[in-house]
Design a protein around this ligand. Sequence first.
Ligand code: HEM
Length: 496
Amino acid sequence: MENVTILLGLLFIWILVYGVMSLGRSKNKKRLAPGPFPLPIIGNLHLLGDKPHISLAKLSKIHGPIMNLKLGQINTVVISSSVLAREVMQKRDLAFANRSVADALRARNHSDFSVVFLPVNSRWRTLRKIMNSNIFSGNKLDANQHLRTKKIQELVDHCHKSAKNGETVDIGRAAFRTSLNLLSNTIFSKDLSDPFSDSAKEFKDLVWSIMVEAGKPNLVDYFPFLVKIDPQGIRRRMTDHFTKILDLMSGLIDERLKERKLRNHANVDVLDALLNISHDSPEELDRNLIEQMCLDLFAAGTDTTSNTLEWAMAELLQNPHILEKAQEELAQMIGRGKLVDEADIAQLPYLRCIVKETLRIHPALPFLIPRKVEEDVELCGYIVPKDSQVLVNVWAIGRDSGLWENPLVFKPERFLESEIDVRGQDFELIPFGAGRRICPGLPLAIRMIPVALGSLLNTFNWKLQGGIAPKDLDMEEKFGITLGKAQPLLATPIPL
Ligand code: HEM
């Protein structure tokens, strides 16, 4: 009883102090955005649940499209409308362009060298420029597309093998391996793991473990005073994973440097281009930065791409009439049974609409990659206090009934007559973010996803495992570093 009285007393004092502070703030016209009342110590952490994108979307219905929350010790501002997203990422882009860095990503000092986590500074600008012109430009992507075509062929071969043995395909796993090898061929012109055998799976497991570890909620991120203790051991395990993967990158670079001695520095692929820059201007790009860049590309590009593919297949298996319509388009434009080539995408408007609709309803990164403000910033009459984390809830924006008719219905046709695109200009659809921090991998992603999806649809019919009826397919989400499917999508391919 005595404890309860003390607790109630503490709560009363907290409410009093918080009230007086809020009054003081409004007098200074430094008003925080509205938000739920924070509890002592934990703030609003208890409101997040295991699907924070959904909890925060619900809260925004009560408190509005800009909300202030306290997550443990971290002030967090959540943006949930396309109008405010435009304000943050276009009109006030620079003020919101730095990142809030999770503790796990500080392992091996990764965040000090990572294009994903560096603040907007000259190193970050140089790395982005190098990536844009040496990896993601149209010319560079055209030059290595034949390597990606081979990987799509292997995915289809794997499905043929499963079909022959009457086995189901775990679409998410197959998509993960394929994305990994599409990326490793784009960067290194080689596979980093045998695409469909379990013998050489170390690299795949490493990338997988990094995604799992980085997706775990970490107490240190809400209570930074715990940083030295690392109570869940997340940074310790991440250090192990990063060390292994950076060693692997280093081995590949050594191997390439040896090869280059024999063939006179010719600029053959992305890795060669990076090594040439490093040779000519080591102050711009040294070996460590190349290794960290490769790690960034695999971490940022694999799970995002494979989850999008898995969701697209899940939506199509749940909506057979859409799947049939896509198959008709493919049969008409490229001929049944053929693989889709990157050059075919332009002639496949319905397939492109399916990819957009998937990204609207299942954005791989529902809060983008969290941003941060370095000083007090005024936004729509509210103050976003210095050091706040800023989350843009693109999941909520994609399902906003003020922007989308029947937002929960998967309907690719909504994009057929529409100019809305994912390239960061239309703020109702920003799965790749926008502004200077927009995803640099977008040009590659919008080649890989339709090519893989189209090829799977144009070579097979698909049946859900265990005779599950389409309408009964479990579409539950699992929140992690990316937004995945809680239950893996298992389906049997039937060759066309
Ligand atoms: C469906 C696929 C993908 C989605 C949905 C996606 C989404 C995103 C998002 C939302 C961001 C943060 C943008 C912001 O803060 O405004 C981002 C950043 C980034 N993405 Fe992607 N991405 C995808 C594929 C890729 C691929 C294939 C690569 C590279 C191979 C890649 C590399 C990166 C990098 C390096 C950044 C950090 C950029 C920076 O902070 O300056 N992404 N991505």
